[in-house]
Design a binder for this molecule. Structure first.
Ligand SMILES: O=c1ccn([C@@H]2O[C@H](COP(=O)(O)OP(=O)(O)O[C@H]3O[C@H](CO)[C@@H](O)[C@H](O)[C@H]3O)[C@@H](O)[C@H]2O)c(=O)[nH]1
Ligand SMILES: [Mn+2]
Length: 733
């Protein structure tokens, strides 16, 4: 037994081929420096061109410095391998309790049927049910969501034994039934169809209620919980609703085979119009408090309502990190990547964030641990509640359940409601030193950072069989809006009290700080990028070169940086499991994010600093209508609405198109190919590539007829805008 204890529960492997990569990175670095040198020693004397030149220099300084930041995550990548068998050999009898928090906020864009599929999938984890509790936080306080959860609690009595008996995966019924339309195994087949029908019936009832917008009187009469809605005025004005739907300790709450079920709790925290609710962070903190009085598990898993468990072993994987005798004690949270069920082959909107999940996070893990990015993260309860790291003070994970309530369930619910009331947090440290932090659109990232600054580590685990699958945005607009929230949140972290730069220094490693800065500085990237998309192309109009000529030696570092870095990024993308077209799409998305989301995030952050704007949280829509979804599946870009973001994208694309056409005309009519080739090859290439990458956009403006095309108003606006800029430049400047 003694010997056994020394075998670690997880292993950390380092990336191979580090030396070659470092050599390559060094060569890029040298070229970047040469680019800077070229800019510094060739500053023109004439005032106007000097300004243009200096701004090019500034943009390249930014790109170069930002590139250096991105090296932090490529320097020392690590991979984790947990050993579940060892965990089960050593700890099967004393596994810790786990609380799962599922958050939902809007029954129209987060359909209740989707929410309960997520709930059912986590209830069905391969884990002792008496040690598992699932809490659903409903920020809409929706009766329909409550009704759906009630249905789910009944259905779970069949679903859980079925999952365990046949060891099925995934354990979200919707995903399971759509992936396995038939069962041939005779034994399983009869049960399969029985359960499938049960599920279909339940789905029907929930859809009916959803469509009607209310729960039938009959159904309401069936459960006392609905009485809570008597004091409900609206989604933003109601008392706390707390219902324990399944009490795992109760001998009556058993599945059809007589086995225990996980505890299941519905919580809608109190909402009042005059009381700011702090979005998901507020919901998380209410959950932390309420759960502490019910199950008080030392490990907490947080998932968004669309992110169902795709791998019933993930809890055990996560526990290998926490329970390892040597290193587990310093790990505060274990983050899994966020994967999406609906990503198409070439991932048109770059939603899978492939490089972040396959490269960046492995690199950050080598510096002290990944960011907490919300969904798919396991926490130690004590760190979430603010504890400093100290090996001695660490609570044993395998302790008994801390609270064993004696009163009956109704009394308990009444007693605990105040924990989720608006007033509870007044004059407390909640949202600041305790719990998830408030005031930042990426509350999770800032909370994770402050945990790491208190001395804790985190771990990143990316299992082959994806642990969680969610719903990615299916339109360009949704992706850009989501990216705006993220980049804005991360920029606010940068300028906050908890900035990785000033707060992190001395608390976390330099590499770690740099890695955080990659995300915190997403947003300011917009300036250099937009400059690069406009100015060099405009200068083609007058034939003014801004880059070295092909005959100059300075041409080499520029070309090397551009070509080598792009080849590297393509190779990295392919190695991470992407396709060539996927890479091209990803490049386009980075361009579009920088031209719109990041720009808006930057502007909003500045406005907030001067007090002209307040913080909002646009919840991602998890539904799509049919023809939008059809186009999404065919990887056709979705525009369709006259958004300001699209006007910017279209204007920049149009500007480059006009410049490019002008250049072609000049070459054909007057100067011949040599003109562009000798003097302005890099500039021509830049403009040409911008045109090429924007092809889907031109298509949406000029050819497409479907409802996802670019609205005519946007096309016209962008055309006149681009034309006037080009004309002004060509004739006035
Ligand atoms: O007032 C609110 C607003 C949102 N949510 C929930 O928060 C989750 C995330 O919201 P979503 O609109 O899906 O945002 P995403 O951008 O898709 O989510 C990512 O980004 C968030 C931070 O911006 C993280 O919190 C998430 O975990 C992460 O998956 C969802 O379950 C919502 O129901 C609430 O509970 N209350
Ligand atoms: Mn989401």
């Amino acid at each position: 037994m003694e010997k056994d204890d020394c075998i670690p529960l997880f292993e950390t492997k380092r990336m191979k081929g580090r030396f070659i990569y470092r050599l390559f990175a060094l060569s890029i670095f040298v070229s970047i420096v040469l680019v800077w040198v070229y800019r510094a020693i060739n500053i023109p004397s004439e005032c106007g061109s000097r300004l243009v030149w200096m701004m090019m220099f500034a943009a390249e300084l930014w790109f170069g410095l930002y590139w250096i930041l991105t090296q932090s995550v490529r320097w020392n990548k690590i991979y984790r391998v947990p050993f579940k068998e060892r965990l089960s050999q050593r700890f099967e009898e004393e596994l810790p309790c786990v609380d799962v928090f599922v958050c939902t906020a809007d029954p129209t864009i987060e359909p209740p049927i989707m929410v309960i599929n997520t709930v059912l999938s986590v209830m069905a984890y391969d884990y002792p049910p008496e040690k598992l509790s699932v809490y659903l936080s409903d920020d809409a306080g929706s009766q329909i969501t409550f009704y759906a959860l009630l249905e789910a609690s009944t259905f779970s009595k069949q679903w859980l034994p079925y999952c365990k008996k046949y060891n099925v995966e995934p354990r979200s019924p919707a995903a399971y039934f759509s992936a396995f339309p038939q069962k041939d195994d005779a034994d399983q087949a009869s049960e399969y169809y029985l359960i499938k029908n049960l599920y279909a019936d339940m789905e029907n009832r929930i859809e009916l209620a959803s469509r009607a917008g209310r729960v039938s009187q009959e159904a309401q009469a069936g459960h006392g919980g609905f009485l809570n809605w008597h004091s409900y005025f609206s989604k933003g004005d109601h008392d706390t609703i707390l219902q324990i739907l399944i009490n795992g300790d109760n001998s009556d709450d058993k599945d059809v085979e007589g086995c225990s079920l996980p505890t299941l709790v519905y919580l809608a925290r109190e909402k009042r119009p005059r009381h700011f609710h702090n979005f998901k962070a507020g919901a998380m903190n209410a959950l932390i408090r309420v759960s502490s009085e019910i199950s008080n598990a030392p490990i907490i898993l947080n998932v968004d309502c669309d992110m169902y468990s795709n791998n019933s072993q993930a809890v055990r994987d996560a526990l290998c990190f926490f329970m390892d005798e040597k290193q587990g004690n310093e790990i505060a949270f274990v983050q899994f990547p966020q994967n999406y069920e609906n990503v198409t082959k070439n991932d048109l909107y770059g939603n899978s964030l492939l490089i972040i999940s396959q490269v960046d996070f492995c690199g950050i893990d080598g510096h002290g641990g990944p960011l907490y990015v919300g969904s798919g993260c396991f926490h130690r309860r004590e760190t979430l509640s603010g504890a400093k790291y100290s090996k001695e003070g660490l609570a044993k994970l395998t302790r008994e359940r801390a609270i064993k309530f004696k009163e009956n369930i109704q009394e308990l619910e009444e007693r605990l409601k105040f924990l989720a009331n608006c007033q509870f947090e007044e004059n407390t440290e909640w949202g600041d030193e305790i719990g998830v932090k408030y005031g930042c659109p990426t509350e999770d990232v800032i909370s994770g950072l402050s945990i790491q600054c208190r001395g804790w580590k985190s771990a990143y685990y990316n299992p082959e069989k994806m642990a969680f699958l969610g719903v990615a945005p299916t339109t360009l607009d949704q992706t850009l809006v989501q990216q705006k929230r993220w980049s804005e949140g991360d920029l606010q972290i940068f300028i906050s009290k908890y900035s990785p730069v000033w707060y992190g220094v001395g608390r976390i490693k330099l590499g770690h700080i740099m890695a955080y800065c990659i995300y915190c500085l997403w947003s300011p990237n917009c300036l250099a990028t937009i400059y690069y998309c406009i100015i060099p192309s405009l200068h083609l109009l007058k034939g003014i070169p801004l880059f070295p000529q092909i005959s100059s030696l300075w041409f080499l570092p520029f070309t090397y940086v551009i070509v080598a870095e792009h080849i590297h990024s393509l190779v990295e993308f392919l190695f991470s499991g992407g396709t060539i077209l996927g890479w091209w799409n990803d490049q386009r998305m980075w361009l579009y994010k920088r031209q719109t989301s990041y720009l808006f995030a930057l502007i909003d952050t500045v406005l907030k600093m001067v007090g002209l704007s307040t913080f909002s949280f646009v919840i991602s829509d998890k539904t799509t209508d049919e023809d939008v979804n059809l186009r999404y599946k065919q990887e056709i870009m979705e525009f369709g609405i006259p958004s300001t973001m699209f006007t910017i994208l279209a204007s920049l694309a149009m500007l480059n198109l006009l410049c490019f056409i002008w250049l072609v005309k000049k070459i054909v009519a007057d100067f011949g190919v040599g003109y562009a080739y000798e003097y302005m090859i890099l500039q021509t290439l830049l403009c040409g590539i911008l045109v090429a990458i924007n092809l889907p956009l031109y298509n949406a403006m000029f050819w497409r007829k479907d409802s996802g095309r670019m609205p005519t108003s946007v096309t016209c606006k962008s055309f006149f805008f681009a034309l006037s800029v080009c004309t002004c430049y060509a004739y006035l400047y």
